[in-house]
Design a protein. Sequence first.
Length: 83
Amino acid sequence: MGAAMKAGIHPKYVTARVHCTCGNEFLTRATSEELRVEVCSNCHPFYTGRQKLVDTGGRVERFERRYGRRPGAKKDQAARTRS
């Protein structure tokens, strides 16, 4: 039960700086010294409570140009969830 881990096969576990696209930076621990992420706890909808569309390559704008935005989309969605 008291066996030690093998030496030389595990990556170094160092302090890492995390950079988010929203501009937030924080320190954590990881196997690489620098991490770049698209969403963090400051901008993720689960933690913030507000909806944010994560756009990959302008797809949201392209969709809105083609099909337009529905004027009462949020009201329609709320009505559907109530019934």
